[in-house]
Design a protein around this ligand. Structure first.
Ligand code: S3P
Length: 439
């Protein structure tokens, strides 16, 4: 548990968001820069790295396994790559904190090493499902033990001989896909993963950027063990998942006009833009360009009258981390918003369906949770005290809600905002949100 778990945000009602800002680096790409940079041959210079607790947990884990990494210094790190076979056993368990991405990706990577590993995490991470990676890794020949309820800690036995499998993922998960592809680097033969819907493809892009052959045919991604990775410079764009809070905030707050700079707009991540635009949001995507193998752009967002929609299920995996913010947009929209096909939200850092419904009801909104989604009727947000349950994205979503509330909103348990968005309070205050961290 984070030592500062008592952080409380007090957000006064009203305000508008204006100006230009750059949110911190993409969390998913930051994790992968450490993982693949460590396994590459040569020096990987990373810029724009997210100095949040989750990606720093991955960084520490690789230091613990003998990789020399300097920084971070203003988003810059330098990794002395040690090649695919250079990792060493960590003298202590690898503590991955709150980070599901670290644990699931490392499970795959470490299944293919010659040494044993133990992966631990905080209370939230220890409650999250790990069978989704351990089961297919076991089919590849990995020796991984988890608890009876299929959760961490994970005990990974080194020296297992892995063989490629052809795996049909039951859930659309980039973490599962990436875990199996990382194990596949060490497996005999071909490892193939079929995804039921497109999921973020940063692992595949970075592997290919480093010269590792990866094949995609339709929804099936395959690689063969035994190739090598060559270090390349990595420029991490701003995280669209962090930008999402401002996209919603500037849409719902009257008289807002905000530019979000250098945001990653990889098409496997832009569901939030499509959903908000369908709701009537006024978002311009300008100056689209490419940075380090990923498309980026500036996003200009202005206030708009939002309307409720039925969210198309095919957009769900493309916006999976953005629903806490989107639920706030729905609460401010005219009419009803219906989300289905999003049962995955129940096993994120918190049960994001249950926790958001509870908080929205506290704020006077008619929010009806369902097993795999939510029905929200737009209305007038009052004020009150809501619980984030230690979930960074819940805390930031409710902070934005105050832009349209009639009274102050107090949000408990906000320390984990630092897992993905260090500096959130200062950056959002500078843009016009009336937020203070009071404890
Ligand atoms: C991530 C994948 C997603 C996402 C998470 C980051 C990644 O999880 O929710 O925040 O970096 O691969 P799932 O793959 O479990 O949906």
């Amino acid at each position: 548990m984070n030592s500062a778990s008592s952080h409380v945000y007090r957000v006064d009602p009203g305000g508008r968001l204006t100006g230009r800002l750059r949110v911190p680096g993409d969390k998913s790409i930051s994790h992968r820069s450490i993982i693949l940079g460590s396994l590459a041959e040569g020096i990987t210079d990373v810029s724009g790295f997210l100095e949040g607790e989750d990606s720093l947990a991955t960084l520490s884990a690789f230091r613990d396994m003998g990789v020399s990494i300097s920084g971070p210094d203003q988003g810059r790190i330098r990794i002395q790559g040690i090649g695919l076979h250079g990792l060493k056993a960590s003298p202590t368990p690898l503590n991955l904190g709150n980070s599901g991405t670290s644990m699931r990706l490392l499970a795959g990577l470490l299944a293919g090493q010659s040494f044993d590993s133990r992966l631990i995490g905080d209370a939230s991470l220890t409650g999250r499902p790990m069978g989704r990676v351990v089961d297919p890794l076991t089919r590849m020949g990995a020796q991984v033990r988890m608890t009876e309820s299929k959760t961490a800690p994970l005990e990974i036995q080194g020296g297992a001989v892995l063989s490629g499998i052809d795996y049909d993922m039951p859930v659309a998960s980039a973490q599962v896909k990436s875990s199996l592809l990382l194990a596949g680097l060490y497996a005999k033969g071909r490892t193939c993963v079929r995804e039921p819907a497109p999921t973020r493809d940063h692992t595949e892009r970075m592997l290919q950027g480093m010269g590792y052959p990866v094949e995609r045919t339709g929804n099936r991604i395959c690689l063969q063990g035994g190739h090598r990775l060559k270090a390349i410079p990595i420029e991490v764009p701003a995280d669209i998942s962090s930008a999402a809070f401002f996209l919603v905030g500037a849409s719902i707050a009257p008289d807002s006009d905000l530019i979000l700079e250098h945001v990653g707009i990889n098409p496997t991540r832009t569901g939030v833009l499509d959903i908000l635009k369908r709701m009537g949001a006024n978002i311009d995507i300008v100056a689209t360009r490419e940075a380090g193998g990923e498309p980026v752009a500036d996003l200009r967002v202005r206030s708009a009258v939002l309307r409720g929609i039925e969210i198309p299920p095919d957009l769900v995996p493309l916006a999976i981390d953005e629903f806490p913010a989107l639920f706030v947009a729905a609460a401010c929209a005219e009419g009803q918003t219906v989300l289905t096909g999003a049962g995955e939200l129940r096993v994120k850092e918190s049960d994001r369906i249950g926790v958001m419904a509870e908080g929205l009801k506290t704020l006077g909104i008619d929010a009806h949770p369902t097993p795999d989604g939510m029905v929200i009727r737009g209305g007038v947000l009052s004020g009150g005290t809501v619980e984030s349950h230690g979930d960074h994205r819940i805390a930031m979503a409710f902070a934005m809600a105050a832009l349209r509330s009639s009274q102050r909103i107090t949000i408990n348990d906000c320390a984990n905002v630092n897992t993905s968005f260090p500096g959130f309070v200062d950056l959002s205050r500078a843009a016009g949100l009336l937020v203070q961290n009071i404890r």
